[in-house]
Design a protein around this ligand. Structure first.
Ligand code: ATP
Length: 239
């Protein structure tokens, strides 16, 4: 469903993403791993259609990432969750849903459903200013889900969540892909990546170092099958 072809991006002449290609099928959770500054946020921002690649192309079905229709089919939660302090959670979610042309009736139904899933029912009518970090993350997640995107893109979605919220989020994401949707996310929490992702990519200095399921990564590195993802990650990125 998603075809990423040789994309690159530089900032002021410094390369942040360097010729990355991959494909993502329907019903798959795909994890992006890499050390600080590896290019994960830049890569995900391009896939979300927010940043234009200098080179290469990104297609979802037959839609190019520059097209307005593409943006209606993807949902993005950034790691720098900056949502408006002086709106309530509900106002913020409705505002973002309106930008995506979600009919008001559907907005109301989906907001109630998602608020229940993420235990935010009693908070949605309070100002975002009063929310904790985890509540802000959940609000951003709900707002990215109201239009039921085919592709959900999450940049560091698990930092700041307590163990209960983490479980709710993992359960929701696992269920979300059973409906034929796909998820791509970046994380530094290797244990979650190992458990949730069918496929992984390790990037370093903007380049793809390895891709595949955990067993393929172990085979590529000729590692023993008892090796964990932390060791694989360390081998690939500590140079
Ligand atoms: N707006 C920007 N202007 C200039 N350089 C940038 C900008 N955004 C990112 N960079 C640079 O691009 C490179 C990749 O950054 P990016 O944020 O994509 O990495 P990351 O893997 O998400 O890092 P982290 O894990 O620390 O969040 C880094 O060298 C960073 O300094």
């Amino acid at each position: 469903m998603l075809h990423v072809q040789e994309i690159s991006k530089s900032y002021h002449g410094e390369v942040a993403v360097n010729g990355i290609s991959f494909q993502l099928k329907r019903g798959v959770i795909y994890g992006i791993l890499g050390p600080n500054g590896a290019g994960k946020t830049t890569l995900l921002s391009m896939i979300a259609g927010l940043l234009k690649p200098d080179q290469g192309s990104i297609q979802l079905g037959n839609l190019n990432s520059h097209s307005p229709e593409y943006k209606k089919k993807v949902g993005f939660v950034s790691d720098a969750v900056s949502i408006y302090d002086y709106l309530t959670g509900r106002e913020y979610i409705k505002f973002t849903a309106s930008l995506r042309d979600v009919p008001k009736k559907i907005q109301d139904i989906e907001i109630e459903r998602l608020a229940r899933v993420f235990r935010m029912e009693h908070k949605l009518d309070q100002f975002i200013k009063t929310y904790s970090k985890g509540m802000r993350q959940k609000t951003a997640l709900i707002s990215s889900l109201v239009h039921q995107p085919e592709l959900l893109i999450l940049d560091e979605p698990f930092s700041g969540l307590d163990p209960n919220a983490l479980k709710e989020m993992k359960d929701y994401l696992t269920d979300y892909i059973t409906k034929g949707n796909s998820i791509i996310f970046s994380t530094h929490i290797l244990e979650i990546a190992e458990k949730l992702c069918k496929e992984l990519m390790i990037i370093h200095s903007g380049k793809k170092m390895a891709e595949g399921n955990i067993d393929q990564l172990k085979n590529d590195l000729q590692l023993d099958h008892s090796t964990d993802l932390e060791s694989i990650f360390y081998q690939m990125t500590s140079g």
